[in-house]
Design a binder for this molecule. Structure first.
Ligand SMILES: Cc1cc2nc3c(=O)[nH]c(=O)nc-3n(C[C@H](O)[C@H](O)[C@H](O)COP(=O)(O)OP(=O)(O)OC[C@H]3O[C@@H](n4cnc5c(N)ncnc54)[C@H](O)[C@@H]3O)c2cc1C
Length: 411
């Protein structure tokens, strides 16, 4: 592994979530010198540090669909270590965070990616329409990370904002996920009955029961704490949300223990190290994916990824149910959602791509995020020779993505 101070790099990826990791792997596989910068000490982002599971896939007609390198990595992990995740059901697999951290890290290293943890990106150096370096704060002081191409996979569009690219603000309920263990699964009622029992219990009984069985038989991931109308990029709001959600988690534990058979001895094994922000900034790209595109299953000439996850807007609307509706067909995501008018060497991927509020609520999931990441990384590697991400010929990119198992065509 090349150290971060042995740059400049061909491609610098900011943010080691599922999308940034796939981007780094895809660029590294093409032979680019890649640096992946992450503020925490593991890869996976929400999928590991956020304890967010399952990896939601397409969700049409109960089918399990995830393509490309992410599929290969997950299948390989499950084959080698059957207790690393639940089976690939129509929900997608529910993975153990520790296995997934190790798997993603090893996959990145195997593809020649240099990792830099413990480094917060705080700004960019810009020369005209090009970013020349990232600035990061770290225990070693301020870092200057030089590169040719940059991928913004921070989820919040931190690079785009620092470079002066326009963004739209969005907001959904913020959640601190937690893992409950000590559950006697064989004594638990069916899901709907649990939901009804929980509904009748106080003091947080207005929250809909939302749990996912983990790969360990005595554990569930709990997706139930929530605060809303906060800014996911405001440190004061993030602090308040963390404290409030952690308080709620203990109340939810009491309600579980007191109302659902099998949960009497449950305990909080872990609250997530990273707070779950569903939505913050949408970078304004050359195309903005719309709710109509998602609902009508639109395809584009420059489609570089497909998704079909339900529209899912969390919050207290509809008596706490939020807005949730499946889509009937998969839709394409165009390359233009990953690139901006302003910058010639910036590619955006994952949660902060160019999409409106409703489209975002579908495309933000982890299977699409992985597919977008692979396209971003491959596109970055191909742009090194081409020079400008905005005019990259997309057909060769699509061809190459297909050769790695990406799903680009309608079902
Ligand atoms: C509570 C909750 C429940 C969800 N449920 C599901 C679900 O059931 N299924 C599903 O598929 N999806 C779900 N999602 C959505 C999904 O988990 C995320 O949208 C997706 O994982 C985002 O991936 P990403 O790689 O774009 O971003 P992230 O996973 O957020 O990764 C971004 C990475 O960048 C790093 N980073 C950010 N800023 C900086 C910086 N300035 N410097 C350095 N590093 C930085 C972060 O630490 C992080 O590792 C849920 C989300 C939440 C919050």
């Amino acid at each position: 592994m090349i150290r971060h101070d042995e740059g400049p790099f061909d491609v610098v990826v900011a943010g080691g979530g599922i999308s940034g990791t796939m981007a780094a792997i895809a660029a590294g596989r093409e032979g680019a010198r890649v640096l992946l910068v992450e503020r925490y000490a593991a890869l996976g982002g929400m999928a590991t540090l956020g304890l967010v599971q399952p990896i939601t896939t397409w969700g049409i007609n109960g089918t399990y669909v995830i393509g490309g390198t992410a599929r290969r990595i997950l299948e390989g992990m499950i084959e080698r270590e059957p207790d690393s995740a639940t089976e690939l059901t129509h929900y997608g697999p529910t993975c153990d965070a520790e296995y997934l951290k190790r798997e993603l890290e090893q996959a990145a290293l195997d593809h020649g990616v240099s990792l830099l943890y413990h480094s917060w990106i705080s700004g960019v150096d810009r020369d005209g329409d090009r970013i020349t370096a990232l600035r990061a704060v770290s225990k070693s002081g301020e870092l200057e990370l030089r590169g040719d191409l940059f991928v913004d996979a921070t989820g919040d569009g931190d690079l785009a904002v620092a470079a002066g690219v326009p963004i739209e603000e969005g907001s959904q309920g913020i959640t601190l996920m937690f893992l409950l263990s000590g559950v006697e699964r064989e004594r638990c009622p069916e899901y709907q009955e649990m939901r009804e029992l929980y509904r009748q219990a106080g003091p947080l009984s207005y929250r809909l029961l939302c749990i996912f069985w983990a790969q360990r038989p005595d554990s569930v991931y709990v997706n139930m704490t929530e605060v809303e109308d906060l800014d996911g990029c405001d440190v004061g709001d993030l602090t308040y949300a963390t404290i409030e959600c952690r308080r709620q988690a203990w109340g939810i534990l009491d309600a579980f223990r007191g109302s659902i058979p099998g949960f009497e001895n449950a305990y909080i094994a872990q609250t997530a190290p990273a707070l779950g922000v569903r939505e913050s900034r949408h970078v304004q790209g050359r195309y903005i994916l719309t709710s109509e595109d998602v609902v009508t299953g639109k395809s584009f000439e420059d489609t570089i990824a497909r998704a079909a996850c339900p529209v899912d807007i969390h919050g207290s609307q509809n008596a706490g149910l939020g807005e949730y509706s499946g889509v009937k067909r998969s839709y394409g995501v165009p390359w233009r959602c990953l690139v901006t008018e302003q910058m010639s060497n910036l590619i955006v991927t994952g949660r902060c791509i160019s999409a409106d509020h409703v489209a975002h609520s579908s495309v933000r999931r982890m299977a699409p995020g992985s597919a977008l990441g692979e396209a971003a990384g491959l596109g970055a590697a191909m742009s090194l020779a081409h020079g400008d991400v905005r005019t990259l010929p997309v057909e060769p990119l699509q061809e190459k993505l297909r050769s790695y198992g990406a799903i680009l065509d309608p079902e």
